[in-house]
Design a protein around this ligand. Sequence first.
Ligand code: SAH
Length: 251
Amino acid sequence: MKGDLVIVGLGPGPEGWVTPAATVAVAAADVILGYTPYVNRIAPRPGQVLEASDNREELVRAQRALTLAAGGKRVAVVSGGDPGVFAMAAAVYEAVESNPASADGVDIRVEPGVTAMLAAAARIGAPLGHDFCAISLSDNLKPWATIEKRLRLAAEADFVIALYNPASKARPQQIKQAFHILSAVLPAETIVVFARAVGRPDEEIDIATLAEAADMQCDMRTLVIIGSRATRQVKSADGRAWIYTPRSERR
Ligand code: SAH
């Protein structure tokens, strides 16, 4: 009997943002694999094995998960947010593509989660109310020239842009380059949201204009949302403010 493999999204952090289905999938697993900070969020039940590894080992982890499942184990691979968004689900299918026999008879499925961009958007209002796109700023897995092109064309097409992986210790400057590229296309007053550690005790949400954005703090726990030309602030009469993008565009 072969086992099964479920790639589970744990959401951005708080327990309340983990779906009941994700909780069931994790509880059912014999072995749970993932990047160390995500595996650390699991309180194992007796008999459950946790295998934490580095975030540069995604393909090796995916292959190991397939091997364990083919050997009869019930395996869960955990990701933060949604496992299909810049995360482990695609790594598992990449491993299947490179070795189709490794998936023979293994039941593989994906259990979705709340991705960072949705959690960040919910904190400030409704910035993703109209057409948007998501771009990872990491050039570990694609050329920087591709990222520059996508930024420029997304701005020209007037998408709201969610930027994942905006900066890391190894890549502190690329986010500034990104704002430089966007500034050539978008107005200086375009709204930019910095949502750091959403749902965590040290959560921090900052709102700036594109002209100010390059001076803002940004790290690997930050999700950046760049508004479209229609994204704006709305205020209640008592002075509270939100950011939203209207659902309709003028013809
Ligand atoms: N699968 C994850 C994304 C992995 S890429 C998801 O669906 O959310 C990692 C990037 O996600 C980080 O660099 C950051 O940009 C974003 N991110 C993940 N969790 C976050 C959180 N709690 N707050 C803000 N950004 C977060």
